[in-house]
Write a protein that binds this ligand. Sequence first.
Ligand SMILES: NC(=O)c1ccc[n+]([C@@H]2O[C@H](COP(=O)([O-])OP(=O)(O)OC[C@H]3O[C@@H](n4cnc5c(N)ncnc54)[C@H](O)[C@@H]3O)[C@@H](O)[C@H]2O)c1
Length: 246
Amino acid sequence: MFDLAGRTALVTGAGQNTGAGIARALAGRGALVLVNDLAAERAAAVADEITADGGRATPLPFDVTDLDAVTRAITISGPVDIVVNNAGNGGAEQMRPTPFRDMDPADWESPIEVNLRGVMNCCHAAINPMVERGWGRIITISSGAGASGVGIGVAPYSAGKGGGLGFMRSFALENAAFGVTANSIALGLMDNVGSSDVTAHLATSVPCKRLGSPDDVGALCVYLASDDAGWITAQTINLNGGSVTS
Ligand SMILES: NC(=O)c1ccc[n+]([C@@H]2O[C@H](COP(=O)([O-])OP(=O)(O)OC[C@H]3O[C@@H](n4cnc5c(N)ncnc54)[C@H](O)[C@@H]3O)[C@@H](O)[C@H]2O)c1
């Protein structure tokens, strides 16, 4: 089960944290992984690490917000069977304690560009060859913030992630009859720093009493990317340790 041998998978924003975990998990099941990131050196380091572990990986740096760059990269690398839209910018830098009413409009651009346009760009560049071959898997890493309110300063991020969820549902229905599935994973709080007082405090609010790990996300991506998941599409799956979602 969940064998990905012979598949080529593009993982965006895979130079660190969640994306690197997804790349490792897909490579662990036999996929050739194209490790994308804006930061070329991080993409190369993750690809090297996978290769050193006996997997197959190639760094493929580009900016997901640049449609020409995305199309060029996907065309050059040959048919991509699996796309994981993980690149995002929902870190602390986006979570400013500034209410929307006081925000500089320039601060809205990046969360929309990366979390919505970046997803649309990668789907646009990858979909036609998938339809022609009658097989494809597209997974978008979203956030609980895309479906429910989170707090002060998060509105533009919520807009980008929520837009991505809506896009994925309609995009999935357009392509369901062609053997291509498209699903989103709405993540809860992830542990990007290892254990600390802050993560321990945040974990108390999660029913499972821990934050999410890259391996948690990688395992679900392996399933969604596999042949075995051919009848699941147009879904948003909450992966959040049991946190309540609306
Ligand atoms: N960290 C969390 O608690 C959390 C919670 C919910 C959802 N998410 C989502 O999960 C995904 C991964 O989160 P993370 O915490 O690992 O993020 P991260 O910031 O640690 O890593 C994101 C990676 O994406 C890359 N990236 C950013 N913009 C890019 C672009 N335009 N083109 C290509 N690469 C780009 C960055 O260089 C970085 O390496 C994101 O989509 C994020 O929004 C994270």
